[in-house]
Design a protein around this ligand. Sequence first.
Ligand code: DQA
Length: 146
Amino acid sequence: MKKILVIHGPNLNLLGQREPGIYGRVTLDAINRELTKVAKKRKVSLVIKQSNHEGKIVDLIGRAKKGFSAILINPAAYTHTSVAIRDAIAASGVLTVEVHLSNIYSREEFRHKSLISPVVKGTILGFGAKSYILGLESIMDLIDAK
Ligand code: DQA
């Protein structure tokens, strides 16, 4: 069975309570349940991690080559700051898709730059929790097409 690593970055554990006007009322658990359901239908298994720590995310990506067909990541605030996460993705060579709940380009200027986008296959943003589902489906389509 193909395995996909899902990584949620900092503060995404607070979804549901955190700035609901921007991120909605959906919790991380609900997103994870939905992702798992969608993956199961296509006989894909998910390993889902959330971390508030840059180094932990770097380590997860570094180990992903062994055992994972792809990575689905919402790097959250690290999107805009982390050369380390960007380099880890580039070094891993693992098919990676970036997702964001919000449209980072319609928000504060400091969110307009993603250090991650240039090293991923594609980015899906602005569709709330659905960004994750669209990201996962795109990854599974790419894996099937290989
Ligand atoms: C986010 C957008 C980031 O700018 C922000 O720091 C987040 C969440 C999103 O999913 O919309 O924490 O990645």
